[in-house]
Write a protein that binds this ligand. Structure first.
Ligand code: UDP
Ligand code: MG
Length: 324
């Protein structure tokens, strides 16, 4: 596809009315200074403030450069990115948060890294974080990134969760972001075969308006669960039977052995004429009971997994109220 557009900037936003005009004029300044052809795709993720009105007025003043997608309700940052990715036409796709924490001044260099250095994906690495963000956010973040590096095998990234990232268009068209997977887009890209993943240190500021939409313990618990399911999907997503079936069979066999022990000792006593203990006195009886039942259930879960993965309904299916 050759659209003759250099850059698409995808901005997911949820109630960011104050930031939008400033963000857009800053982006516009940088794009015009660099002589880029560009579009900004604002995805309003069910905003309940005036964000959409602001986007419409930006569209009126800049009909070619501005696009807007309006979700009927709040789905989350990943669905917003997914929808923006679908609409993006530029050779390079940039994602950035709407809250002015990421600086549009970084875009030209990110563009250069994709088009000239040959990267598939370049992730921002937020500098001077400590000044901008509270410690309660930076410390868990370090832990999170170490785990993400380890699980994903992408050892050169320090900041998976940075909203500012650049992609070759191909990449965003071939990965499926959903749930809260936006934190792991580099991992998704790697799993899809895009392995040239780089990093650029970027300026990062404290939020100017409003407050963070991702606060509290929840975001870390969910973050780790997502990482776990991605790892699982990567390893067994297309073959759930391999894991469930394997553990299930092992358990069942173990239970079967336990049955043999219980039955065997009963028989042994019978032939020797020694007093027979009740089978329910033996711990093996209970082991056999539980492992055989659990084993069978795991096996069935594996089958169900196989069935579902073959008939998975479209999971990225959102209510879009308006597109401009
Ligand atoms: N965001 C969104 N949907 C949501 C939550 C957040 O589109 O349900 C947007 C938000 O408006 C911002 C970006 O995602 O543009 C990052 O969110 P935020 O700045 O609150 O996260 P933080 O910087 O605190 O990690
Ligand atoms: Mg922010």
């Amino acid at each position: 596809m050759n659209t003759n557009m250099d850059i698409s900037i995808v901005v997911p936003l949820f109630n960011e009315e104050e930031s939008l005009p400033e963000l857009f004029s800053w982006i516009k300044r940088v794009m015009e200074a660099g002589g880029f052809t560009y579009e900004v795709i604002f995805v309003s993720d069910g905003s309940t403030d005036r964000s959409w009105d602001v986007i419409e007025s930006l569209k009126r003043d800049n009909p070619d450069a501005v696009h807007g997608i309006k979700f009927r309700r709040n789905y989350g940052k990943s669905p917003a990115l997914y929808q923006g990715f679908g609409a993006a036409q530029g050779d390079v796709v940039i994602t950035m948060d709407a809250d002015l924490q990421d600086s549009p001044d970084e875009i030209p260099e990110l563009y250069r890294m994709i088009t000239q250095d040959g990267y598939d994906l370049v992730s921002g690495y937020k500098m001077n974080r400590r000044k901008g963000d509270p410690l309660s956010k930076t410390i868990p973040t370090k832990l999170f990134n170490a785990t993400a590096r380890w699980v994903s095998g992408i050892h050169n990234l320090h900041d998976f969760n940075c909203g500012l990232k650049a992609y070759r268009r191909d990449v965003v068209k071939n990965i499926e972001v959903y749930g809260e997977m936006h934190r792991y887009i580099p991992y998704l890209a790697k799993n899809a075969g895009y392995t040239r993943i780089g990093e650029k240190r970027v300026h990062h500021q404290a939020r100017k308006f409003g407050k963070s939409k991702f606060m509290g313990l929840n975001r870390f618990v969910n973050g780790y669960l997502d990482l776990l399911s991605l790892w699982f999907l990567d390893s067994f997503g297309l073959k759930p039977m391999h894991v469930f079936g394997f553990i299930g069979t092992l358990m069942f066999l173990f239970g079967f052995l336990a049955v043999m022990v219980v039955g065997g000792s009963k028989l042994y006593c019978l032939t020797k004429g020694i007093p027979r203990p009740l089978v329910t006195d033996s711990p093996y009886f209970y082991i056999a009971l539980t492992t055989m039942i659990l084993g069978t259930q795991l096996f069935v879960a594996g089958f169900l997994g196989e069935l579902i993965s073959r008939n998975a309904p479209e999971r990225n299916n959102y209510q879009i109220e308006k597109t401009i």
